[in-house]
Design a binder for this molecule. Structure first.
Ligand SMILES: [Zn+2]
Ligand SMILES: [Zn+2]
Length: 68
């Protein structure tokens, strides 16, 4: 799978590293942002936030939109 953003720029050589969790498009390491995400785990009926962050891949466009 090739990176969508690279294909838009007319480059086809970069292989995607994963799919954006927001838009689902495949993007390469250059066009992806790995962000930390908190995980909620229910302990009994009480939701607890995991002390260790999970990670989430978002593409550059979605990251910009999230930060705007
Ligand atoms: Zn790319
Ligand atoms: Zn995206």
């Amino acid at each position: 799978m090739h990176c969508y953003d690279c294909a838009q720029e007319g480059r086809n050589e970069n292989t995607g590293i994963g799919a954006c969790t927001r838009c689902g498009l495949f993007t390469c390491a250059d066009h992806s942002r790995i962000v930390h995400a908190t995980v909620q785990r229910p302990i009994g009926v009480i939701p607890m936030t995991s002390v260790r962050p999970a990670r989430r891949l978002v593409c550059g466009s979605c990251r910009t939109a999230e930060a705007a």
